[in-house]
Ligand binder design. Structure first.
Ligand code: GLY
Length: 308
């Protein structure tokens, strides 16, 4: 729905049952989704996007959807349009506070592979979603080449598509890319050339956990320019990589320059997600800046579904 279509928007909302999901149709840094308990709330949230432009032009059109109950999974597929390789499924932690409380953010941490996606479920996702999607795009004359990010809700009835993104995810990439056992430049080149050899792409038998360290106040207003110390303490030999997001150089110092500052990522044994979580948090504990905030439960939902 766009500006001027509010009366049909109202009519549509009144035909659905609550709760409702109101989304800015454009890119809104992962924040353009509001869950509304009543039709009044849904109409007010749409007005904020359409009339008050709280997400700028990203909210020039809004999408209203039914609310799906379940666990979210980020499912990535590399494809050259014909051949494809599914990557290890990841789970993001979108809310700012532990136990998925508080406001939506761009993502406060991730882990992969997500054991909620069993072999059986993965086969269903590939057959019922990935293959028809790629086939559909070929049929429409626009075969897709690159990384397709399928946002899924794993509901009681099975996997449902929430959205497609033509890109990798952040902070999902931080845990998915280290699990690919291949030269990424050669891999992406083969995709661009339509020569993806899916049998040649191996996945490490490992787990990865990324804890986002954010600035105090994020996802609302936050201060920047805080010196970050301890960046050299996590050791790649210990399976830890620190990805910089909102940082910048200030002379010889590294200072904060954004809401999500660092993605502290640990890579460990596939059957020891708990150990990989500990390694990530040990590394986080050695990095300090004024107002550093992070969730303390990244990856824990993976322990609930852990493979037996
Ligand atoms: N972490 C969610 C996204 O990249 O859209």
């Amino acid at each position: 729905f766009s500006v001027g279509e509010q009366s049909s928007l109202r009519e549509f909302v009144n035909r659905l049952s609550s709760p409702f999901v109101v989304k800015a149709d454009g890119l809104a840094a992962g924040k353009g989704v509001v869950i509304c308990e009543s039709s009044d709330e849904a109409i007010a949230a749409s007005d904020e996007m359409l009339e008050k432009s709280i997400f700028g032009t990203a909210g020039d059109r809004v999408v209203i959807e039914e609310f799906l109950e379940g666990d979210e999974v980020s499912f990535f597929v590399l494809t050259d349009g014909e051949n494809y390789v599914p990557l290890p499924p990841a789970q993001d932690h979108k809310r700012i506070f532990d136990a998925d409380q508080g406001k939506n953010t761009g993502g406060m941490g991730t882990y992969a592979p997500a054991p909620i996606v069993t072999e059986h479920l993965r086969a269903r996702i590939v057959k019922e979603i990935v293959e028809p999607t790629l086939r559909g795009m070929r049929k429409e004359g626009s075969p897709y080449k690159g990384c397709l990010f399928i946002g899924l809700m794993i509901t009681a009835e099975g996997p449902k598509v929430l959205e497609y993104n033509c890109r990798f995810g952040d902070p999902e990439s931080q845990v998915v890319l280290p699990l690919i056992d291949a030269d990424l430049a050669l891999l992406f080149d083969s995709i661009a050339c339509g020569l993806l050899d899916s049998s040649a792409v191996k996945i490490h038998a490992a787990s990865a956990v990324c804890v986002v360290m954010a600035s105090r106040g994020y996802p609302d207003a936050y201060e920047t320019g805080k010196e970050i110390v301890g960046l050299d303490t996590p050791n790649p030999d210990d399976g830890v990589v620190v990805f910089h997001a909102g940082t910048k150089r200030d002379g010889s110092r590294i200072v904060t320059a954004g809401g999500r500052v660092l993605g502290v990522t640990a890579i460990g044994y596939e059957d020891d997600l708990e150990g990989t979580i500990k390694t990530a948090y040990n590394a986080v504990g050695r990095i300090v800046f004024d107002g550093a905030y992070y969730r303390s439960d990244i990856g824990k939902k993976g322990l609930v579904h852990a493979r037996v």
